[in-house]
Design a protein around this ligand. Structure first.
Ligand SMILES: Nc1ncnc2c1ncn2[C@@H]1O[C@H](COP(=O)(O)OP(=O)(O)OP(=O)(O)O)[C@@H](O)[C@H]1O
Length: 238
């Protein structure tokens, strides 16, 4: 993923808010990147621009060789479905569907064939093969998040984008989910980009990117939670 001089403003005239200011950066394929920053620093806007959910006001966003900026909505929708996986704080699973049906839903909606061998592999990687017939309500929070991760992986996306994926989980379950992210980065070569407020969660990433007031305010490589917390205290309230 690549951003070239991306600026994003909301509103007009005196009401204008600049959420991203001239952001240029590259997220290497196969890397695990965490994005941190004080409240209002532009993290969600950044994730939405990378995901093609929001268009920059200026600048360009690339997913691999594909320029997302300026694409028609239909083309963007197709890319979002097939090349980007999402994991949210709320698992957003369909309560009436089984684990397996939830994981394959996006492919079925997009009329894409389900690769059964890959489906099995993904369910194995997230440790959910024994639960494929259960409904979300019959699973713990951590298990539901594992299903959401399987759902995000099943289309073999170029990038997995996660927005506060451990925000609703206790410490032990958070650790399991974060280890799973590391596993899919290391074993499957998956690119993962995760927005988080939690220095401990961010410490599982290869690179931690700090945003402040819409700008990239620095990066740390494989930092400890303490180093991340220390950097955050210099960036403002969080
Ligand atoms: N749709 C919108 N309309 C107007 N302003 C917006 C909109 N979305 C975001 N903003 C503003 O853009 C700035 C960046 O917001 P953003 O949600 O990206 O920050 P964030 O770092 O994700 O914050 P948080 O950690 O609180 O979720 C903020 O000042 C916010 O108020």
């Amino acid at each position: 993923m690549r951003l070239e001089s991306v600026t994003k403003t909301y509103g007009k005239g005196e009401q204008v808010v600049t959420a991203l200011r001239d952001v240029t950066l590259q997220v290497p394929r196969g890397s695990f990147t965490a994005v941190m920053g004080p409240s209002g620093s532009g993290k969600s806007t950044f994730l939405h621009c990378v995901a093609g959910l929001d268009q920059p006001t200026q600048g360009r966003v690339f997913l691999g060789d594909t320029q997302l900026t300026g694409l028609k909505e239909d083309d963007l929708t197709a890319i979002r479905r097939s090349r980007i996986g999402y994991v949210f704080q709320a698992y957003n699973l369909m309560s009436a569907l089984s684990v397996e049906q939830n994981v394959t839903l996006v492919s079925r909606l997009a009329d894409l064939p389900v690769d059964e061998a890959w489906l099995h592999e993904v369910l194995t990687r997230v440790g959910m093969t024994e639960y494929t017939r259960r409904r979300p309500a019959q699973l713990s929070g951590g298990q539901q998040q594992r299903v959401a991760i399987a759902r995000a992986l099943v289309t073999r996306p170029d990038a997995l984008l996660a927005d506060e994926p451990t925000g609703a989980l206790d410490t032990r379950t958070s650790q399991e989910v974060l280890r799973l992210f590391r596993h899919i980065v290391e074993q499957l070569g998956q690119t993962v980009l995760m927005v988080t407020h939690d220095p401990f969660a961010a410490s599982f990433a290869d690179t931690v990117l700090f945003l402040a007031d819409g700008r990239v305010a620095g990066q740390l490589y494989r930092p400890s939670p303490e180093q991340i917390a220390e950097r955050m205290t210099h960036l403002g309230d969080w």
